[in-house]
Design a protein around this ligand. Structure first.
Ligand SMILES: [Zn+2]
Ligand SMILES: [Zn+2]
Length: 177
């Protein structure tokens, strides 16, 4: 049976699902002026994503690993999920690419990308396939002329990673596309 009073601990923070529920409800009222009427709980199986909003039953799941960043940052991840929640319930653009979403997220000061977790190392190099465009991140330099693309057999090119490339495919807050 599912227990609501289990502690989720990361860094200096420890919260139960009941406390998370109360926190999400209070942020919803204070930042959106609207109640959160569904379920919020931790999902320890989430890898690096910050949280998840479920379109089917409107519940919000949060990744307890991100508690390590502290109350302020974790609150901004909750804000992000609440933007999906309120916009979806109101029939507005709730996806990351929607204008409604971008505007509301900026207005409430929510995070767009999940902060990097400890142990999640930032890759230094990216290998591009010149034929199909497939990308793969690498920690070390490699002799790309000795290899071919695993997907299409095309020729490869090695580049140093710049911050914008990481933001596209790496560290995205959730997969509500
Ligand atoms: Zn390829
Ligand atoms: Zn999202």
């Amino acid at each position: 049976m599912y227990v609501k009073n289990e502690w989720f601990v990361s860094g200096e923070m420890a919260l139960t699902d009941s406390e998370l529920q109360a926190w999400v409800e209070s942020i919803s009222l204070s930042c959106f002026g609207k109640p959160f009427l569904h379920e919020a709980r931790f999902n320890p199986r989430l890898k690096t994503t910050g949280g998840r909003y479920h379109l089917g039953d409107h519940r919000i799941e949060m990744n307890p690993k991100h508690l390590i960043h502290g109350q302020e940052v974790f609150g901004k991840i909750i804000l992000h999920e609440l933007c999906h929640y309120h916009l979806h319930l109101e029939g507005k653009g709730y996806r990351h690419r929607d204008r409604d979403f971008k505007q509301l997220l900026a207005a409430v000061g929510g995070l767009r990308y999940a902060p990097r977790l400890p142990g999640q190392t930032k890759p230094k190099y990216v290998v591009h396939c010149l034929a199909c465009g497939r990308r793969a991140f690498r920690q070390r330099q490699m002799q790309v002329d000795r290899y071919r693309c695993a997907q299409c057999g095309g020729r490869l090119k090695l580049e140093q990673v710049v911050a914008e490339q990481l933001n596209k495919g790496d560290g995205c807050l959730d997969d509500t596309e």
